[in-house]
Design a protein around this ligand. Structure first.
Ligand code: AMP
Length: 321
């Protein structure tokens, strides 16, 4: 069973990516899974080429440092020719109405003076990512569910119109996914591209910076440590982060603290210790380009080998070549 997930190099890997996704890929992932850096998706909004290249490399290093099986890791653009070809065929299978209905497109394009066409079409590229690798399960949050539904619809339509080529994927809810919220504004989820980095802990932040960010986390005036996500979202976020790093349940952990200061200190230390080995190993990998290049080249070869027959069949059946 091939599972497929990705991380977009739109910024450095943050604690939410790590606790909610990357760490799970390391623990649950198998050799057959596909975990990739979706650098093509990072181009759907304004981007800087050298920053994109550096972030792609850094994210690749973080995935391996976090313990994701190097045999399952790849970089999306290493398959750009194959993906480009299938995206075109799938765009010719998709209707404009289907693409324009995507809620993410509406949300991300509203109020912007200029919107890249790729922001509208990238769910079709995402369908190509999924279908080309024969992925059966795509663990996604609610925000991406609609895109997996589109991939399902396109697989069925292509198979029904031209002949059976693609496995029909399904979206699966990631088990007990941690939802990490922004430390400065707990109404938002923590994000790589947050404009205010004070609320975002990056995996490669030095320990002192991690401590400072967590000490400054927004809490409330209630002055009581308990797990109440609705009334005390900032505090609940800290308890959830602590629970994700140390094990245990947020509500039970709350009983061990009398004041916010102690909770923040304990959370800061837990995060620093959780991230320390990942940070150190990432640094080593970034200093050893040969090892990263080897993993990347192997990932490219493996994903290319796996998709070749499907792409050839899709092109042939749709009347090309
Ligand atoms: P992204 O590249 O940011 O779209 O996300 C890569 C992975 O990290 C996806 O599986 C997301 O669901 C997950 N993720 C991103 N931000 C958070 C967060 N704040 N809390 C939990 N998971 C997150």
């Amino acid at each position: 069973m091939v599972r497929l997930s990705a991380i977009t190099p739109s910024g450095p890997v943050q604690l939410g990516n790590y606790l909610g996704a990357v760490r799970r890929w390391a623990v649950d992932g198998g050799e057959d899974d596909v975990y990739f850096i979706s650098d093509l998706h990072a181009m759907t909004t304004s981007h800087n080429p050298s920053r994109l290249r550096a972030l792609t490399r850094e994210q690749l290093a973080v995935l391996i440092a976090a313990g994701v099986d190097p045999r399952s890791v790849s970089v999306q653009s290493d398959l750009v020719r194959e993906l480009g070809a299938l995206t075109w065929v799938l765009e010719c299978t998709c209707t404009y109405g289907e693409a324009a209905r995507m809620v993410q497109f509406k949300e991300k394009s509203v109020g912007r003076p200029s919107v890249r066409l790729s922001l509208l079409t990238y769910p079709v590229l995402m369908a190509a990512d999924i279908l080309l690798q024969g992925a059966r399960e795509v663990p996604v949050g609610d925000d991406q569910r609609q895109h997996v539904e589109l991939a399902r619809a396109l697989a069925r339509r292509f198979n029904g119109t031209y002949g059976e080529v693609f496995a029909v994927p399904r979206a699966v809810v990631p088990p007990t996914a941690a939802r990490v919220r922004d430390l400065a504004d707990p109404s938002r989820k923590m994000a790589k591209s947050a404009t205010d980095a004070a609320g975002t802990v990056f995996v490669l932040d030095p320990p002192d910076l991690v401590r400072r960010k967590i000490r400054r986390a927004v809490t409330d005036e209630v002055a009581r440590v308990r797990y109440a996500p609705e009334e005390q979202p900032g505090l609940a976020n800290l308890l959830e982060i602590l629970a994700a790093c140390t094990g245990g349940e947020p509500a039970a952990l709350a009983d061990g603290f009398t004041g916010y200061h102690d909770l923040k200190e304990a959370t800061a230390e837990a995060v620093v210790e959780e991230l320390r080995p990942v940070r150190e190993r990432t640094r080593q990998l970034l200093d050893d380009p040969a090892e990263l290049d080897r993993v990347r080249a192997h990932g490219a070869e493996r994903t290319r080998d796996r998709c070749r027959h499907r792409l050839d069949a899709a092109l042939r059946l749709s009347g090309l070549g």
